[in-house]
Design a protein around this ligand. Structure first.
Ligand code: TXA
Ligand code: MG
Length: 317
């Protein structure tokens, strides 16, 4: 059985022994292991039931440490790191041989980020190695934003979960790569593109498809509840389902057409950051109800609204 707690020494000792540990970040909880040790990293894939073609993000606590395991930090990457780390931004950089191929699924770039969570930063500072960590959910399911979410799904396979409270950002980091033609977005996420573009200039977005070899994990179906999840107004579902069999995930307002206990709304004030923070917990709550279908509503396509919509579309795919 797992233990949930705030003891950094326990977490550190387990990681040093090559075990996996649940860690909080500002985006979602991660399932961490020593990124330099293939025997430790392989456990992550096992616990998550994750295909080995889907590479992991490496977490550390400073740009100086990143320099020890990447060949080069291009100028725009350095600018972004200096401006936004620690924060919900992941950069794809050419890896040194020190990073095992298992971490990058054989790619020559490694995804790196400095997460903005006090407990995890303290852990990373105390460790002599970086941590490989995907989101701490079974592959394809909704990402966890509390220690309890991690325990509920992976508890029997993870000896310790470091409890850092509910995640402040609530959706995964934005992923940026660097090509000859400029910076490219591989995943929309917790850092809005407008903010990144203020530093880099215009970005191209190449974030979906199963055929994108640069981001094999960007599968079109992801973050999915077990219940049927559709991007349709509640009204349309009433032709097929009784009102009490329908759940709804709305941005600001609840619907008068179905029971209020079947509904979650992300931000009464219409705030995108609040909506992102609440998204995954709301999806989990709806998934646990005795209903037949979940109707979700998209947000306006701006700021973090774009990243929330990306998650909703993949959940519905
Ligand atoms: O916010 C986050 O990024 C969270 C927290 C725990 O840091 N982590 C996370 O990891 O979302 P994960 O494994 O669920 O998603 C990482 C994504 C995968 O879809 C993977 O395909 C992509 O990053 N990725 C990793 N390395 C890559 C690389 N070298 N090139 C392209 N995509 C890469
Ligand atoms: Mg994930």
């Amino acid at each position: 059985m797992t233990q949930i707690g705030t003891d950094l020494t326990t977490a550190k000792q387990l990681l040093e022994r090559g075990e996996v540990v649940g860690i909080p970040t500002e985006t979602v909880y991660g399932l961490a292991a020593n990124a330099l040790e293939p025997d430790a990293v392989v456990k992550i894939f096992g616990v998550k039931n994750r295909p080995s073609f889907d590479p992991l993000i490496v977490h550390t606590d400073s740009l100086e440490k990143v320099a020890s395991f990447v060949e080069d930090i291009p100028a725009p990457a350095r600018l972004l790191a200096e401006r936004f780390w620690p924060g919900p931004l992941t950069l794809l950089l050419p890896k040194k041989p020190l990073i095992p191929d298992l971490v990058t699924s054989g790619l020559d770039t490694v995804a790196v980020r400095v997460p903005n969570h006090p407990l995890t930063l303290e852990l990373l500072r105390a460790l002599s190695f970086p941590l490989a960590a995907p989101s701490a959910n079974p592959f394809g399911y909704i990402s966890p934003t509390t220690a309890r979410h991690v325990a509920d799904q992976l508890g029997d396979q993870v000896p310790y979960i470091l409890d850092g409270g509910a995640c402040r950002v609530g959706i995964e980091s934005t992923i940026i790569g660097f090509t000859e033609t400029g910076p490219v977005v591989y995943r929309l996420g917790g850092m809005a593109l407008e903010q990144i573009e203020a530093v880099t200039g215009p970005l191209s977005v190449r974030d979906h498809s199963t055929s994108n070899p640069k981001a094999p994990g960007m599968l079109s179906s992801h973050y999915a509840p077990r219940k049927p999840f559709v991007l349709k107004p509640v009204e349309e579902l009433l032709a097929r389902y009784a009102p009490e069999r329908i759940g709804a995930l709305a941005f600001q307002h609840i619907s008068p057409l179905i029971p209020s206990e079947n509904q979650q709304f992300l931000s009464p004030a219409g705030d995108f950051a609040e909506a992102a923070k609440n998204l995954f917990a709301a999806m989990r709550q709806l998934d646990a109800l005795d209903i037949d279908v979940i109707a979700a509503e998209l947000l306006p396509e701006q700021g973090l609204g774009r990243a929330v919509n990306d998650r909703l579309r993949r959940a519905a795919a």
